[in-house]
Write a protein that binds this ligand. Structure first.
Ligand code: MOS
Length: 694
């Protein structure tokens, strides 16, 4: 057979690309099943308190309004796993914008008009939404997001710091940030007797089905969840969200199919956010820049609905050979919306702070910042003492420096100008852990010579179905065109969500396993294939989650060039260049897209993205894309992504590490460090908007 030796790693085009660009790909809100009604939520207008009354009559009097559901009349649900989904069950309002009602209408317009006409009265209580480093309510949690211990300590960081000749003691602030996927969260649900069918815009149907089974007290096999096309998620669709619970609740209450498509302006409150993080970094080093003491302490907020602790001090456990090391998290529960995952939770804000502090140390010592990082390269993972399965950070730094032209840089801050523009460049490192979860998959050999591979992966725009097909073709030893793939259907089997940069590793491991078993079965088979083909199944529960004796992480290096306008205070990124070491790259085209997308999101974090908790009302001020500024094309300069090949035998059968998140990790620090190089001024609060810079 020809071409199969290069199928893994080849820049295969997205299989659903044509459907998407021609508009025939159907998203969750677009399943216009007969009799479908539309739901529009009613958000709470107080920041804390309780609903004392609901007058639905003005809404019900409007044409096309089908029902007004509130805690007074909505079907009773069992307690969800995720308390943010206990919707329309109680008059309690834990934060502003919490949904206190859902209006169902014949059309979206009717539902919307109905929602505006519902009269809700409240008993309001005092509230607190303001995070400070010394907030009296802050405590050390049992663990941070991901199950990491909240505090780790090695050696005596305070003594080592006190006796270090070079010291950095700095604070940084990363504001709340929002995922804002292009496709807002949406679900269409309908019941047939006690069978529930749902199309949901989700990063994983397995978790959606499990939560629906729990709240509706149904066996999972009565529920089918599809997520065929998903217009981005960035973590905010990693767990089921209010749209799916409300759609299924309203469908049950009205006996009709119901779509709940959350309006963009409701997203900031109800689908999670990156919690603000306040960082204190202390680095103590000798005159050569060797770090004797590293302390990274983080304070963040969570809601009163559930505890979520952004694990921003965790990357400091991985990065540098510090003689003494302390990492710590504290969290203050406030009357704010519930934070959650946003692309590289923990690593993203944590590495902004750590990599900015490393730059401050380099600048203070007069050591090149690339060289400073190389000097502090650890032999084993600092926190665990485990050997790295592979670690090519130094190669990424050197290769990036070479491609970027770093050696021509004048290290003096403020040395380069062009008219009113100051020009600078900066560097920062990146890291993201290798995660993998159990998954099921099947592979079938068909009489027509094709193969059908089924895995409940979700393709959130990453190219997941394409890469799974490549993995299958490689394992089967056949050309890619002979592999058909079916994904994003809870009926296929259990699978982890598209998150934690673990999707391809997890789904791919099961696909590889199923295909390898099929090849073995076919080797024993003689004669023509039966009409339904020959089937092989795999379930990687026994292998994929085995504890590794190795520390497994991807690494990378970002280089940024900026201009700072001394008249307007405007920072423009003119160049971003990243080099990543992430195991084997399975599809050069979609991988580059992930890296470039992550780097671009980091550019937004550095320069424009900013959610503000409004102390007067208790909600986020920015609730649309006119006020929450994600990079537009004009903001995105040349973004180059490269990788160094890694041959790592301690990963999965494909030899891959995750790539979905590492692109955003460290890119904001590279931009901030470049702004310092341009201006000689260190800004320690993101984003670097003109009002701060001028
Ligand atoms: Mo990602 S924040 O793990 O979807």
């Amino acid at each position: 057979m020809t071409g199969t030796e290069t199928v893994l790693g080849a820049p295969a085009e997205r299989r659903e690309g044509r459907e998407k660009v021609t508009g025939t790909a159907r998203y969750a809100a677009e399943f216009d099943v007969p009799g479908r009604a539309q739901g529009w939520p009613v958000p709470a207008a107080v920041a804390r308190g309780r609903v004392t009354g609901v007058d639905a009559a003005p809404a019900l009097a409007l044409p096309g309004v089908v029902a007004v559901l509130t805690h007074e009349n909505a079907p009773r649900l069992a307690d969800p796993e995720d308390p943010t989904l206990a919707l329309l069950q109680s008059p309690h309002v834990p934060h502003r914008g919490w949904f206190v009602g859902l209006v169902v209408g014949e059309t979206l317009e009717a539902a919307r008009a109905g929602a505006a006409a519902v009269r809700v009265t409240y008993e309001a209580e005092d509230f607190d939404v303001t995070l400070t480093a010394d907030h009296p309510g802050a405590y050390v949690p049992d663990s941070a997001n991901g199950g990491f211990p909240a505090v780790t300590e090695h050696g005596d960081p305070d003594a080592a710091y006190a006796s270090s000749p070079a010291r950095v003691d700095v604070e940084y602030r990363v504001p709340p940030l929002h995922n804002h996927p292009m496709e807002p969260h949406a679900s269409t649900a309908w019941w047939e007797g006690d069978r529930l069918t749902v199309h949901s815009s989700s990063q994983g149907t397995t978790a959606v089905r499990a939560e629906l089974a729990r709240v509706f007290e149904l066996p999972e096999d009565r529920i089918t969840v599809f997520a065929e096309h998903v217009g981005g998620g960035f973590g905010s669709k990693g767990t089921p969200r209010p749209d799916v619970v409300l759609a299924a609740t309203a469908a049950r209450a009205t006996g009709r199919p119901v779509t709940v498509a959350l309006p963009r302006r409701f997203l900031p409150t109800v689908v999670g956010h990156r919690a603000p993080t306040l960082h204190r970094l202390r680095l103590g080093a000798d005159a050569d820049g060797r770090i004797a003491s590293l302390t990274h302490e983080v304070t963040t907020h969570t809601s009163r609905v559930k505890e979520f602790v952004e694990q921003a001090a965790v990357p400091a456990r991985v990065m540098y050979a510090a003689g003494a090391l302390r990492t710590a998290h504290r969290v203050a529960p406030l009357d704010v919306p519930t934070p959650s995952w946003m692309r590289a939770p923990g690593e993203c804000p944590g590495m902004y702070a750590l990599e900015s502090a490393m730059d401050e140390l380099a600048t203070g010592l007069g050591i090149d910042p690339v060289e400073l990082r190389i000097r502090n390269e650890p032999e084993t993972e600092p926190d665990s003492g485990k050997p790295f399965s592979s670690r090519h950070l130094v190669e990424c730094l050197r290769e990036g420096a070479r491609r970027f032209g770093w050696q021509e840089r004048d290290p003096r801050p403020g040395a380069r100008a062009a008219g009113p523009l100051l020009i600078g460049s900066g560097v920062a490192a990146a890291t993201y852990p290798v995660l993998v979860s159990p998954c099921a998959a099947s592979a079938r050999a068909l009489p027509d010579g094709g193969f059908l591979v089924r895995v409940n992966a979700t393709d959130i725009g990453t190219g997941a179905r394409t890469v799974c097909a490549q993995i299958a073709a490689d394992a089967l030893g056949v050309p890619l065109e002979r592999v058909r793939i079916e994904v994003a259907d809870s009926g296929i089997g259990f699978a982890p969500m598209a998150g934690g940069s673990s999707g391809t590793a997890s789904w791919g491991w099961a696909v590889h396993e199923a295909c390898a078993r099929l090849v073995a079965r076919l080797a024993e088979h003689s004669g023509p294939l039966p009409d339904d083909g020959v089937l092989a199944e795999a379930d990687t529960s026994g292998t994929a989650d085995a504890e590794s004796p190795y520390a497994r992480h991807a690494f990378g290096a970002h280089f940024a060039e900026v201009t700072v306008d001394t008249v307007t205070g405007e920072v423009r990124v003119t160049r971003l260049l990243g080099v990543f070491a992430a195991g084997r790259i399975l599809n050069a085209r979609t991988a580059r897209s992930q890296f470039v997308g992550g780097m671009t999101m980091g550019l937004g974090m550095a320069l424009t993205e900013d959610s503000t908790v409004d102390p007067a009302f208790g909600d986020f001020t920015e609730s649309d894309l006119a006020s929450y500024h994600v990079p537009a094309h004009a903001d995105v300069p040349s973004v180059e992504a490269y990788w160094v090949d890694e041959d790592d035998a301690h990963l999965n059968p494909m030899g891959s590490k995750g790539i979905g998140e590492i692109g955003i990790v460290g890119s904001a620090a590279a931009v901030g460090n470049a702004v310092h190089h341009a201006t000689g001024i260190r800004f320690r609060e993101l984003p670097l908007t003109p009002d701060r810079v001028l």
